[in-house]
Design a protein around this ligand. Structure first.
Ligand code: MTE
Length: 319
C-alpha cells in the first residue's frame, strides 16, 4: 500500500514527550530485531513449521467452498513478500520482524449489537469450528496476486454464535494494538489499530473466511497469526490480520485505508478491473513468482458466488 506522504512529521510532534518515548521504545525493538536476524531468523523463513514427525500440522482437511485447483503460490514467496504495516513497511520487513511478535496467549472480544457478547480465549473461540482447506486467489490493490491454501472456516458460523441483533448492519474488526509486540505501532504511520469492516451480508457469506493456517501449517506471524480474515473477492487490504476484536455495528465503520485516502481505497474494495486506482490501472495483475501478467477478473473470479450481494449498486461509485 502506498501512502502519499509517508515522511510527514507534524511540527507539533517534534518536541512531544510521548513521541520521544515511542522512539526509544522503537530503538529497543530495533536492537532486538538485529539480534534476531543476526542469529539466522531470516534463514529459517522458507521452512514451514512441522510437527515432531515432520508432517504438516493440518492434514486431510475437506476442501472449502469454491476452492480452486491452483497452481499455488510458492510458500517462500507468500511468507516473505507481505503487507503487514505493524511489522514493517517494506515487503520483507514483516517476515524479518515476525520473531518480535508474541501471539500466545491470545483472546478475541466480540461486542456490539449482539445478544451474547464476550471475550474468549483463542482456543474457546475456535473450538466449535471444523477446519477446511480453502484454496483462494488473493489480489492486492497494488496489482500483485497469490493463490493460497488457507486453513479455516466461514466467519459467518462464528458470528452466529454471538447472536447478532437486527441492528447489526456491519461488522468491525481490529488488529491487536501493542507497540511492544508490533514494533511499527511505535510510529505514527497509520491510525492504529488497523481496522476493517464488512456489511453484515458480506460477513455472513460462506466464502468469507477466518483463517488460522496456510499450506497445512499454522499461520506464520507475518501472514496474520493467530487469526486473520480472508475475503477473496476483495482487495487484500480488507483481509485484516491478527484480529483481537469483532464488533457488530449499526453504522458503517471507519476503516484504516479508506479513512486515510478515501479517493484511493474504498470501503467496498471489490476487485474490479474496470475501476482503476487513481494512480494505476487494475486491469492486470502479476502472480507472485511469475514473469507474465494476467487479466484481473471481476470480483477476483468469484462473481458467480458474490455478484448478487451488489445487485443494483453502481460498482464504479461504490468502489
Ligand atoms: N492487516 C493488518 N493488520 N495490517 C496490514 O498492514 N495489510 C493488508 C492485509 N491485512 C495489512 C493487513 C494488505 S494491504 C494485504 S495485501 C494483505 O494483508 C496481505 O496479506 P499477506 O501479507 O498475507 O499476503
Amino acid at each position: 500500500m502506498l501512502i502519499n506522504k509517508p515522511n510527514d512529521i507534524r511540527p507539533s510532534e517534534i518536541t512531544d514527550k510521548t513521541v520521544y518515548k515511542q522512539r526509544r521504545r522503537f530503538l529497543q525493538g530495533a536492537g532486538a530485531l538485529l539480534g534476531v536476524t543476526a542469529t539466522g531468523g531470516l534463514m529459517a523463513l522458507g521452512t514451514p513449521p512441522r510437527d515432531l514427525q515432520g508432517n504438516k500440522i493440518f492434514k486431510d482437511l475437506p476442501r472449502g467452498i469454491a476452492s480452486i485447483d491452483g497452481p499455488l503460490t510458492d510458500y517462500e514467496d507468500a511468507t516473505t513478500y507481505n503487507n503487514f504495516y505493524e511489522l514493517g513497511v517494506g515487503k520483507s520487513g514483516p517476515a524479518e520482524n515476525a520473531a518480535l511478535f508474541k501471539t500466545d496467549p491470545w483472546s478475541v472480544t466480540v461486542a456490539g449489537e449482539c445478544e451474547k457478547p464476550g471475550t474468549l480465549t483463542l482456543e474457546d473461540f475456535l473450538k466449535p469450528h471444523a477446519l477446511e482447506e480453502r484454496i483462494y486467489r488473493l489480489r492486492c490493490v497494488e496489482t500483485w496476486s497469490m493463490v493460497i491454501p488457507w486453513v479455516g472456516f466461514s466467519l459467518g458460523d462464528a458470528l452466529k454464535r454471538f447472536q447478532p441483533t437486527r441492528d447489526a448492519k456491519f461488522v468491525i474488526f481490529e488488529t491487536l494494538f501493542d507497540p511492544d509486540r508490533l514494533v511499527m505501532q511505535n510510529f505514527d504511520l497509520l491510525d492504529w489499530p488497523y481496522q476493517e469492516g464488512l456489511r453484515i451480508d458480506e460477513a455472513m457469506h460462506p466464502l468469507t473466511t477466518l483463517a488460522i493456517g496456510m499450506y497445512g501449517e499454522v499461520l506464520p506471524k507475518q501472514n496474520g497469526a493467530p487469526l486473520r480474515l480472508v475475503v477473496p473477492w476483495k482487495y487484500g487490504f480488507k483481509s485484516i490480520k491478527s484480529i483481537v476484536s469483532i464488533k457488530f455495528s449499526k453504522a458503517r465503520p471507519k476503516t484504516t485505508w479508506s479513512d486515510l485516502q478515501p479517493e484511493e481505497y474504498g470501503f467496498y474494495a471489490n476487485v474490479n478491473p474496470d475501476v482503476s486506482h487513481p494512480r494505476w490501472s487494475q486491469k492486470r495483475e502479476r502472480p507472485l513468482g511469475e514473469w507474465f501478467k494476467k487479466d484481473t477478473l471481476l470480483f477476483n473470479g468469484y462473481a458467480e458466488q458474490v455478484a448478487g450481494l451488489y445487485k443494483g449498486m453502481d460498482l464504479k461509485k461504490h468502489y
